[in-house]
Design a protein around this ligand. Structure first.
Ligand code: 5GP
Length: 178
């Protein structure tokens, strides 16, 4: 079974995304307990691409950015086995790290990543995710900054893909119920 864009319907509009991103920017800055020059915003590719680009433009200009990419082994849902496809380019020791993720679904990926980065000695580490599907939680992860809680539906757009496509949709769309 393969889907096309017609099988999806709008779930979160561009206007709602913009409004929430404005609030998230304020929230993140208010939550910093030292200057933004210590903050490293870490985007998890590829899904966080669009969210991160829009979010960092709401943050002070002295932050720095880095990226990593994770991939899941087959059967990740049950085992939570995740590995780095590529890693950060800078050490994060004594830095304030803000992980930027597209969606926390089961929580297995972020649970892996938080543990993997914590051992590198950052001063603090927080997670900012655009979307959260609490109905699917297998591992609780502490979400410091959350865009939207969504129902258990497959979503695309604003960085999220279906078979590699639709990441460049400017809003979030969900697969229509059958
Ligand atoms: P978790 O480890 O929390 O189950 O999975 C997180 C990853 O699964 C996300 O980073 C994302 O790549 C993928 N994912 C989970 N739910 C969705 C969804 O509804 N749509 C898309 N496009 N990806 C999803």
């Amino acid at each position: 079974m393969s889907y096309t864009l017609n099988d999806f319907e709008p779930l979160i509009t561009r206007a709602k995304l913009d409004e929430r991103l404005d609030q998230l920017g304020v929230e993140i800055v208010a939550g910093l307990d030292r200057g933004p020059e210590h903050l490293v915003v870490v985007g998890v590719l590829k899904g966080a691409l669009v969210f991160m680009a829009d979010l960092i433009r709401r943050l002070p200009p002295t932050i720095t950015c880095d990226f990593l990419r994770l991939s899941s082994y087959e059967g990740t849902e049950s085992t939570g086995t995740v590995r780095f496809d590529f890693d950060l380019t800078q050490p994060i020791k004594d830095k304030d790290v803000l992980i930027v993720e597209d969606i926390v679904d089961t929580g297995l990926t972020m649970s892996f990543l938080l543990k993997a980065l914590e051992v590198r000695g950052p001063r603090s580490i927080k997670l900012c995710t655009l979307l959260h599907k609490p109905a699917r939680t297998k591992r609780d992860v502490p979400i410091a900054h959350l865009g939207f809680t969504i129902p258990d539906r497959f979503v695309i757009g604003y960085g999220l893909d279906y078979e590699g496509r639709y990441r460049n949709l400017d809003h979030i769309a969900a697969l229509r119920p059958v």
